[in-house]
Design a protein around this ligand. Sequence first.
Ligand code: PLP
Length: 396
Amino acid sequence: MFAKKALSISPSPTLAIDALAKKMKSEGVDVVGFGAGEPDFDTPEHIRDAGIRAITDGYTKYTPAAGSLELQQAICKKLKTDNGLDYSPAEIVISNGAKHSLTNIFAAILDPGDEVIVPAPYWVSYPEMVKLNDGVPVVLPTRAENRFKATVKELTSALTVKTKAVVLNSPSNPTGQVYSGEELQAVARFAVENNLFVVSDEIYEKLIYGEIRHISIASLGEEIKKMTIVVNGVSKTYAMTGWRIGYTACDAGLAKIMGNIQSHATSNPNSMAQKAALAALEGSQECVQTMREAFAARRDFMVKRIGDLAGLYCIEPEGAFYVLLGVNKTFGRSYRGTVLKNCDDFASALLENSQVAVVPGSGFGAPDFVRLSYAVSMEHISKGLDRIETFVKELR
Ligand SMILES: *Cc1c(COP(=O)(O)O)cnc(C)c1O
């Protein structure tokens, strides 16, 4: 009765565990959730005020479908200052969140059967978005020893005559890893040589800790810039997930096509949210620094605590706000008589017995891991890790 394509779309793997955690919470159980996929901070005040002002000023009508010129200009300025990229407003399409930007891209570049290489571990939505747009996601496993970054050798192994694009997500959700300039050069050469689009999801650009710097692959030369679609937005940087503003920067021809698609699907992104995003980009960036410092302290604390947990491990994330906790050494062991066969069993047993919710990696191509978000308070992290420690001590 329903469309085969629609039926092929998997529900978000975070949902099952999240639903169970919520149910337990509603029953009064003290659950510690590590599932958060968004900053726990409020949107900074000057940004909120800009949104309110937009409403009182009557900025509540349609804007151009691809977003207002003033916001496109502010995005061009940001891309120039932060990333060394030259784009004109006609090359910017502003959408209802970066997620919407990504679906626009796949709708614009994929013919039925076209393949998109998705390095794993991957953000859960990429394969489903590709499928929704008649493409075929080609999941490419990467190695923990290489900090989960795809090498050209690995990329080449996934290449076929149907390959149309490669997804790059640096800093990565869920691994937190950041591609170096050299690694990006290699990917860029591979893409240019094989005439592939690079869908470069840079949404966590500002959430990088330590000395590492974010580089946009599009900044590595004119050839790769032509093949790259930069995806970014204000959700993660400015704690603005609910406002729904994301954008793409790419060749004007492709931008036009995405604008056309959007004009029929959703029209413009929310007008007052565009004003708020403008305030975010043009205002003081101190709030970003403050949030980044809080995330950095939590990351350090979490990584250190995990290092002290017998049998568990992690690879220190360099950015975003997730840690992949390696649980594969517990497979085959048992908790109070129940054998843990895989990461799903680990996550279920941990939730049921210790009231800690983590996301099993099976849903994002990381079956040896569970994902913990550190977009939660330090007290929360501390309490949750105490419980995980007690849980693993009881494994037999
Ligand atoms: C959160 C997230 C997005 C999308 O964010 P929007 O709120 O839709 O702007 C895109 N990519 C990754 C990897 C994310 O984690």
